[in-house]
Design a protein around this ligand. Sequence first.
Ligand code: GRG
Length: 307
Amino acid sequence: MIPLEVKPTGNTEQFNLQQYLHQKKEKIEKALDASLPIGEPAKIYEAMRYSLLAGGKRLRPILCLATAELLGQTEEVAMPTAIALEMIHTMSLIHDDLPAMDNDDYRRGRLTNHKVYGEDIAILAGDGLLAYSFEYVAKNTTGVPPERVVKVLAILGEAVGAKGLVGGQVLDLEYEGKPDITAEMLTSIHRRKTGALLEACVSCGAVLAGAQPEDLQRLSGYAQNIGLAFQIVDDILDVTATSEELGKTAGKDVSAQKATYPRLWGVEVSRQKARELVDAAIQQLSFYGEKAIPLCAIAEYIVSRKN
Ligand code: GRG
């Protein structure tokens, strides 16, 4: 049990984060498995399932569910969107690992998709997951006015496209081998490459719950802060954790001459900045009092995680 002091409410009641994450993860794993049965041609379904069901922290769907619940929506209503977010995230990992991108052999403790199925099928598995994520939200979201579903689809599209993941990845490739970029440029890359999808998780959960504009503003502030903290910690773990702990090749940023926060600021200052961002994220949720404990605890987890 992780004792957490949740600052906005001054509440020192213990919140069992590990149990919370475990319970959410169990439901998400079941829903992911059920979302994608093997169809024809079997090879592409197998490749999609190989990466989708390979484990991972499931942070993105958990964020979506926790946000929806904060604003009074049920887990059931938000689950199709939560599943779609994990499909999109998995697609981005498959494509990120390709030889034309980061060229990685391991992900989530197993061989990368292209190492098992070949580059052609891995590209198509990512494409299949991306297309299916939109189909899945549109066909399976029930119990909310259709306008909310349309808004969710628009948020997902914006987060994946050139304003989000795609644009961030293009900039990331452009700056490879030029590790001396400014902190501002690094942050602008990661706000798109990593932050946009994390923010979409929170915004989609909020929209499904019928959030007011002020809710969306507070929650986006929270999401932007944890998004950047998440990436700083990711960079720190790349130089401090082992490949076994990470389930992927450690030290990859250094060997690929990537600009990272530890390279710019050193590990200790990077840790401090991540801590400050998490404190700011928690502060954004003070309005919600105790109802925000799960999201505050998730923010704490982002800085304390080991993989
Ligand atoms: C093809 C439309 C299209 C988009 C893809 C490849 C790409 C464009 C973008 C790369 C996005 C990317 C992989 C960003 C890194 C984000 C990141 C830090 C991932 C690690 O997330 P974790 O630690 O992983 O949550 P698990 O395995 O726990 O889910």
